[in-house]
Ligand binder design. Sequence first.
Ligand code: ADP
Ligand code: MG
Length: 264
Amino acid sequence: MFKIALFNQKGGVGKSAATVNLAGCLEREFKKRVLVMDCDAQQNSSLHLLNTRVDNTIRKILDGETTLEKSIYPVQLEVGNKLVNTKIDVLASGMDIDLLGPTDVKAYKKLTDQLEEKYDYCLIDCPPQKMATAITSLCACDYVLVPILTETDESIQGWDMVMDLVNELKTNRLNETISILGLLITRTNKTRKLDRQLTEYCRSTFGDYLFDTTIREAQDIRDSYMYRKPVVYYRKTCNVSKDYISAAKELIKRIDIRQRKVGV
Ligand SMILES: Nc1ncnc2c1ncn2[C@@H]1O[C@H](COP(=O)(O)OP(=O)(O)O)[C@@H](O)[C@H]1O
Ligand SMILES: [Mg+2]
């Protein structure tokens, strides 16, 4: 199982949208088993996938109040008029995971290790800011995927901080193998001049770090949230579904290349 944290200190940059929609594509289009770890107290990804926020959380497991089995929520989605069992599961962190100390970080890692064989990918939806939950998730992940927007340069500026944080985790031996998988533009509108300019800026500044795929701004993303489905389950043939399928394909390829490099 590859653990990918979707992280950017900035809120509203599409972390949750990318988590849910990449999960949908990895599962539906590429037949992967996916665990969505919802580490944001707002539980937007849980709500999107399960149509409810959840009670049993990692925090409660660590406190001995529940078990891992009871905290894994399988995602069922309507296809046609039928409810189907997907290969996507949700595990939420619980809001007071913010109080985690180093012992809990170890316990958290151990917990995710137990799931190693059960899934192909684990997508971790991080909260904004350098909150303890985000740090804990970054300590336990293999890769970081950084969602950014091109409507203003705010989220792009956050990049330096992500790099600094990743380097800090490495030097302090909190996660020596962590690496940046790339930056993904999660909402862009090519009809706007500023979006085009910032996309160009990102291509020249970030080079190969930037995903070739960009996700266009689309009402279908907002609607799919309202219908509580990943967009690929909501309207498989719409343009933004195609964008997310292409981003998921790129994610698989990028990890594949990295794994071959380290000879695993
Ligand atoms: N490609 C897109 N097109 C249109 N709206 C989008 C797109 N991606 C995300 N959004 C919307 O932008 C808002 C912020 O996204 P969200 O995933 O909640 O950000 P974060 O998790 O980083 O706070 C949400 O209302 C979401 O529906
Ligand atoms: Mg979010």
